[in-house]
Design a protein around this ligand. Sequence first.
Ligand code: NAD
Ligand code: IMJ
Length: 255
Amino acid sequence: MGLLEGKRAVIFGVANERSIAWAIAKTLHKEGARCALTYATERLKERVETLAHSLNSEIVLPCDVTSDEQINSTFSAIKDKWQTMDILIHSVAFAKKEELKGKLLDTTREGFQIAMDVSVYSLIALSRQAFPLMENTGSIITLTYYGSQKVVPNYNVMGVAKAGLEAVVRYLAEDMGPRGVRINAISAGPVKTLAAMGISGFGEILKRVEERAPLRRNITQEDVAGVALFLASPLSEGVTGEVIYVDAGYNIMGL
Ligand code: NAD
Ligand code: IMJ
């Protein structure tokens, strides 16, 4: 018997087979969960459908999280097909590439708004829709990064967004806790995904982690998926509002 037998998960953030959300989807499926996948743009439709079919996933829906209309139709489709759900995975972030270099000082109002809307407000909007479908139990999981706590070169507006995201996790934990719905963040170490492509100096960052992290290695998408499984399952029934680091221990070091 899997840890998630009979559970239903809705997963946001699969773009390709390297996506952290994809590793999470595979792990939840292996433990018996049924998975619905969503994709951000038509360009991703075919790839995400192919990945979904490999998990016998019966639900694949378009959802750009900046659109209230698309969020509404996604959750009404879930309600029609499943009536209830148990797990929500939020593995979504975006900032304009110009904002992820140079100085935070040069962040534009528009660049700030986009990063906050896609990467932070979306967790509130998706949670609000998922909450009524979760019946006296439920687990919501989002992905964050250490650049929310300490200055990481070039992370800039995304660091500010992730700080906001982590605060959202705490406030929503209090809002939803009384009905048994939990929400937590996983703070992942750097991983080579689409979201890490073209980031200048990413190779050096990976090397630095390998040299300095207590485990002397980088993490994989599967390392993240293992902790997501724990957070999605009854093993973590007493845990909510937390940020759990999956970074080979990098964040504990002082020097
Ligand atoms: P990824 O590019 O595979 O995933 C990011 C996802 O966000 C994509 O699927 C993309 O389609 C989606 N997205 C962007 N704009 C969207 C929109 N408007 N509507 C709906 N979806 C949208 O990369 P990833 O590394 O798997 O990133 C997933 C999460 O993990 C992100 O929150 C990221 O900040 C976080 N994270 C990544 C790393 C890393 O080093 N890769 C480290 C820590 C945290
Ligand atoms: C991203 C930028 C700068 C430094 C970075 C990252 N470091 C890490 C990341 C050190 C690990 C990856 N990360 C944690 C993210 O959250 C990435 C988010 C992201 C990436 C892109 C790239 C392509 C694009 N917009 C993006 N928006 C958000 O156009």
